[in-house]
Ligand binder design. Sequence first.
Ligand code: ATP
Ligand code: MG
Length: 504
Amino acid sequence: MAELWTQMGSLMATIMFLYAMLERFFPAALRDTLQIHTQKLVNLLYPYVQITFPEFSGERLKRSEAYTAIQTYLSENSSQLAKRLKAEVVKDSQNPLVLSMDDDEEVTDEFQGVKLWWAASKTASNPHAYSFSYYSPLDGKRYFKLTFHKKHRDLITVAYIKHVLEEGKEIALRNRQRKLYTNNPSSGWYGYKQSKWSHIVFEHPATFETLAMERTKKEEIINDLVKFRNGKDYYAKIGKAWKRGYLLYGPPGTGKSTMIAAMANFMNYDVYDLELTAVKDNTELRKLLIETSSKAIIVVEDIDCSLDLTGQRNMRKERSEEEEAKDPNKKEEEESNRSSKVTLSGLLNFIDGIWSACGGERIIIFTTNFVDKLDPALIRTGRMDKHIELSYCSFEAFKVLAKNYLDVDSHHLFSRIGNLLEVTTVTPADVAENLMPKCVNEDVETCLLSLIQALEKKLAEEEEEEESDDGGLNEEKDKEEATEQEIKNNGHCVEDVKGNGFIL
Ligand SMILES: Nc1ncnc2c1ncn2[C@@H]1O[C@H](COP(=O)(O)OP(=O)(O)OP(=O)(O)O)[C@@H](O)[C@H]1O
Ligand SMILES: [Mg+2]
């Protein structure tokens, strides 16, 4: 291919030279005719179209998104074909060292049976140019050049370039280092380089495989997520924003937070852990939403506690004057807290208002220990599309934990554990804690026996509790019977303020 270009190049140069000569020595009328014929000759001899994609574009010399996407696409798809590669350290990537083709290198690609050529090039640098900018427009600029036969013009300019840009962005997203974000208090939003969200690298190891849960339930959730991920066109067709809400509910330690991590890992999404109590008002909530990216899970943990802000504020009002005199700054701070209010309607707007559609491909998850406490408006279908209950440890869930912690699929103690799990209410967190070897040499049997011991203890406690509850009931019953008897014997009975019956 390179040789072909060289030959073509010299031929073109010759034609151009002849054309310049003719232009100089021939009259205008003849020149026009010659120009038309020269162009025809050029088209005949050079049937290729070239498109260049410069690295920097626009007045502010912003790095072109198209260039970055093409570079990523070519690194993944064609870099193994290139003979000369360059290695670059890329920030925020899972694989920090990325290989791409070097300057003046060339690779081929194929699209729907059509062959195309990509070349990485750089314009000659101007030694006399002087600019304050590191990427001077006058200096050597990098660009990609795409060459293809003119008969495929429509296919390439529309479908192929779209495919390359989309694929490039998709690869970059796949290879990126995922982040766990948390919202900053708004007092810090306006400082130098301060943003609304702070982040760290998201590295939670939970997966659906390690999640202790019934297999059918797990599969149902996975299928739901897959359907959502592939549903871009479907959501567009039905005119619905591309987002989905999950409500995870259940007692503490049943795996709600673990499931969120497993979902994020499965979907390859970032996680935005929204601390509602740090959000001043509905406007701030909206601003936070706008600054989330797509392919993200927005989480509000313990939604029942987060929304109960008014109660907390009323309590603050009751600070004594003495305390305020001691610390006037604190008073100011509390005043500002008092003025902060995220309302239920603000939260509902956050979930499915008009702004919530920006960005797309987002999952919103609420967690709670007390599903009955939530306002029905918050969790109605359409808002929280799927309600998932995480409950006490079943035998099936135990088997997943045994595999995770002890690497065993079966054991003669399993049936005893199964029987105990049927009659006790113990969380996967408790089971996991007991399965964890306490010392280096602890074997499987010892760990399982320690779990059995813990389960038996829990069962005994529950039985004792039940008995004492029954005892209480019986006591009450006896009291009632005695009162009735007294009435029969002596006359009327009224209750005092403490509820103790006494006889008139
Ligand atoms: N279903 C589960 N599968 C695997 N591990 C679990 C599961 N449930 C709990 N665990 C273990 O217990 C620990 C606590 O679980 P997790 O934080 O997910 O519970 P939670 O339901 O979010 O509790 P809370 O309501 O208190 O926030 C986890 O670190 C994990 O090791
Ligand atoms: Mg949790």
